[in-house]
Write a protein that binds this ligand. Structure first.
Ligand code: SAH
Length: 503
């Protein structure tokens, strides 16, 4: 075997080795959005290169079947290459595809879902519907967490982490964040300079301000600013509050296209309704502190104190209102979330009398969406805090037909099924798991519950394909598939599929 390994290594060295400089064409993108090129059948991954580019690269690392190379020069740009809007797009770890036209990004994402279902899932027919794309793939995020640090000249800086590291790429104008972030982060830096408040030093575990967290209720206009501090007190908080409240945020409401509006939804082949919530002027409704004195990568601690207003803001997805605290999970692109969940609702095609189980329910976003049209919705989620939020949100919106269970779906659902002696039934099951998809024990019980429809929302098409195959080998049929772009400029893609019970 050792001999074999050696001969393979030699073959790979013959094609290319570390420090070689090569010119090649990029023919594909990896699942993480890196350009893929081939040299005599050997695969090289090149960050920041896109399909159609001819590039000169420096080989950095070689493995048996593939290697990594650094982009030195774009010899001939792809017809789909564009100039990134953000000057630090390449250094920053946030976006991977800003140099690829949005049209190309969404075609690539749609294909990714299609190929996973056909190759991994083995579906010969994949009933794809057009991808739900963003009307504007910029300034869409409603939550930012800016790390604060000290720059080379001793000045206080903020920005985002470079890919795979914790060094801060200085930037206050992130083009995927809500536009009000720039004013807020600059104001906090000015306040810190003016009052000599130190930035946190991760290595030494010294200094005070660790992160600036902002959240925006895109429909309500409510803004939250939360400073994460390595301590229990921040001096001169009155001055901070005064400075933040004095910021001119008028006119920075969500740009057209970043909040669901009926006309643009129609153009995007989507019928999302948005009667109740209209876009309101921006107003800071919450300024708070979060204590995090641990030496950890985790951004937030558990203690929150209010400096101004409330410790939460409110926003809507569809017509459902949510209270969002600094610690709550909330989807970062509410407009696309609304479109995705509207599609899930359409796929569920509820008539009013159904019992629905919403698995991996988080704060109950899908549960409450479906509770508008179902007899009863049961949600299951592993994080107790998220279930607390789900119950609170159900009460806030006056739903009395929901029930929430805390625990791993693969434990709670089989337990409930056994407890009922096999009588537990669901008309519709919705599943929205994390990237690793579902545990087989859960899928097995879902099949036993015999729902007529399974609506599977997924953030990883590969595990979706695996789980859909499992279900389709046990009596279900893949009926509808739709990809949704929630994270423009990144390699992530969401999708929703409908599986129906055969016969
Ligand atoms: N639909 C939800 C988000 C789903 S994200 C919403 O809109 O709020 C996936 C969720 O699965 C997360 O909330 C995560 O905490 C939860 N989760 C992860 N593993 C789980 C498990 N084994 N059982 C139940 N929930 C789980």
């Amino acid at each position: 075997m050792g001999k074999n390994k050696k001969s393979q290594a030699t073959m790979q060295d013959m094609v290319c080795k570390k420090n070689d400089i090569l010119t090649m064409e990029i023919i594909d993108l990896s699942t993480k959005g890196e350009g893929v090129g081939r040299v005599d059948g050997y695969t090289l991954f090149v960050k920041d290169a896109v399909i159609g580019d001819v590039v000169r690269v420096l080989v950095m690392k070689t493995k048996k079947h593939f290697g990594y190379a650094k982009l030195l020069e774009i010899v001939t740009p792809s017809k789909d290459r564009i100039e990134p809007k953000c000057p630090v797009a390449r250094q920053c770890g946030g976006c991977q595809l800003q140099h690829y036209s949005y049209e190309s990004q969404i075609r690539w994402k749609e294909n990714k879902v299609y190929h996973c279902l056909s190759r991994i899932g083995g579906f010969s027919e994949v009933p794809m519907e057009p991808i739900l794309y963003m009307d504007s793939p910029y300034y869409y995020r409603n939550k930012a967490q800016f790390p604060v640090g000290t720059g080379k000249e001793g000045q206080i800086i903020t920005g985002f982490y470079a890919g795979r590291t914790h060094s801060i790429v200085e930037n206050t104008n992130c083009v995927i964040q809500h536009p009000c972030n720039e004013k807020i982060s600059k104001a906090v830096l000015e306040f810190m300079e003016e009052y000599h408040i130190s930035a946190y030093d991760e290595k030494e575990h010294t200094g005070l301000v660790r992160h600036i967290l902002t959240r925006v209720g895109v429909k309500t206009g409510e803004v939250m600013v939360c400073l994460v501090i390595n301590g229990t007190k921040l001096p001169f908080t009155d001055a901070l509050v005064e400075k933040l409240l004095g910021l001119p945020l008028q006119g920075m409401e969500a740009k057209k296209g970043n909040v669901a509006e009926n006309e643009s939804d129609a153009a995007n082949g989507n019928g999302a309704k948005n009667e109740q919530a209209t876009v309101s002027a921006l107003k800071i409704e919450s300024i708070c502190l979060n204590e995090n004195t641990d030496k950890t990568n985790v951004i937030l601690g558990q203690n929150i104190s209010v400096l101004y207003g409330r410790d939460y803001i409110e926003d809507y997805i569809g017509n459902i209102k949510y209270q969002i605290s600094p610690l709550s999970f909330f989807q970062v692109n509410p407009k696309q979330t609304e479109r995705l969940y509207e599609t899930a609702l359409e796929y569920a095609d509820l008539k009013g009398g159904e019992v629905v189980w919403d698995l991996y329910c988080g704060i109950g976003t899908i549960s409450l969406f479906l509770a508008q049209k179902a007899a009863k919705v049961c949600g299951v989620e592993i994080v107790p805090q998220a279930i607390e939020d789900a119950r609170k949100n159900a009460a806030l919106n006056h739903f009395d037909n929901t029930e929430f269970f805390v625990g791993a779906a693969e434990e709670v659902v089989p337990e409930q099924y056994e407890k009922s002696n096999g009588t537990l039934k669901a008309d519709v099951v919705t599943i929205d798991p994390p990237r690793k998809g579902c545990d087989e024990r859960l899928l097995e019980t879902v099949v036993q519950m015999q729902p007529s429809k399974i609506v599977y929302v997924s953030c990883d098409p590969a595990t979706l394909a695996r789980d859909a195959r499992y279900l389709c080998d046990r009596g279900y049929e893949l009926k509808r598939v739709r990809a949704c772009d929630m994270f423009g400029q990144s390699y992530h893609v969401e999708s929703v599929v409908l599986l129906t019970k055969k016969g």
